[in-house]
Design a protein around this ligand. Structure first.
Ligand SMILES: C[S@@+](CC[C@H](N)C(=O)[O-])C[C@H]1O[C@@H](n2cnc3c(N)ncnc32)[C@H](O)[C@@H]1O
Length: 249
């Protein structure tokens, strides 16, 4: 019998299960921590907020979010991590047993397994360019975000950082390569407002004896970190606002 061809989500699941089994989930923490901490400063998280971590991997950033929104005068916040790799989800759950306000759900960005109008904030670290159908993922993000909710998409692979393009041929799954401006246009097309972007350099030192397989040279790796990741920020409009002249009772 001919082998059944897997669909794009199944390919991503298989590939990132391999990453998880090879221990890449926790290693990514080292690579993404500096730029994620800088992103958290933009997020202005408050106790009581509901946050989605889309493409959460092994959950290290999800747990950072959980600490920031936990118990406080404004309530008890909760964080949901979603990932296409069931193996990443298993690792994330195993490492989050001490957290009362974290839940991990196996699912795809193109069909986010959650109700509409729920999340005050969304974080997605180094995941968005893998989504085969980015339009559908944005429609899903729009659906699950609360009115006035704000999302923060952080990616290292984009046109304006030419050094990052060295990875494209090395990756075993297809990726999107767009510019910051193209992403901003895409977000506006999906009715997001207050669309902004910034570049976030990675200030961690690179040891002179560091061995890189992802870049042609150490100089390229350093230049990649200096150019920085792209942080896209956008809000869901507050459709509950009445039109001028109308009062909502
Ligand atoms: C490079 S890893 C980053 C993981 C984590 N955010 C971190 O920084 O350590 C990309 C993650 O996105 C997840 N992912 C890729 N495509 C996805 C999709 N369509 N839906 C949900 N998650 C996806 C992968 O399984 C993987 O865990």
């Amino acid at each position: 019998m001919p082998e059944k061809k897997s669909n794009p989500d199944e390919q991503l699941q298989q590939e990132f299960n391999r990453w998880a089994e090879a221990g890449e989930g926790e290693k990514m923490r080292n690579h993404h921590l500096d730029i994620t901490e800088k992103t958290l400063r933009h997020m202005d998280l408050r106790p009581g907020e509901r946050v989605l971590d889309l493409g959460c991997g092994s959950g290290w950033a999800t747990r950072m979010l959980a600490r920031l929104v936990a118990d406080g005068p404004e309530g008890f916040g909760q964080v949901v991590g979603v990932d296409i790799s069931d193996e990443m989800i298993r690792q994330a759950r195993a490492d989050s047993k001490d957290f009362e306000n974290v839940m991990y759900v196996w699912g795809s960005a193109t069909q986010i397994p959650w109700e509409e109008n729920f999340f005050d904030k969304v974080l997605s670290v180094e995941s968005f360019y893998y989504y085969p159908d980015q339009d559908r993922a944005l429609a899903e993000l729009f659906r699950v975000m609360a009115p006035k909710g704000r999302m923060f998409i952080l990616i290292n692979l984009y046109k304006d950082n030419p050094y990052s393009l060295q990875w494209v041929d090395k990756l075993k799954v297809p990726v999107h390569v767009r510019s910051a401006q193209e992403y901003a246009d895409l977000l506006r097309k999906h009715s997001f407002e207050k669309v902004e972007y910034v570049q976030i350099p990675d200030d961690t030192p690179t040891p002179d004896d560091y061995v890189t397989k992802s870049f042609h040279s150490l100089a390229d790796l350093k230049a990649f970190k200096k150019t920085g990741a792209l942080l896209l920020m956008a809000s869901k409009p507050d459709f509950r606002n009445p039109a001028p002249g109308y009062t909502v009772y």
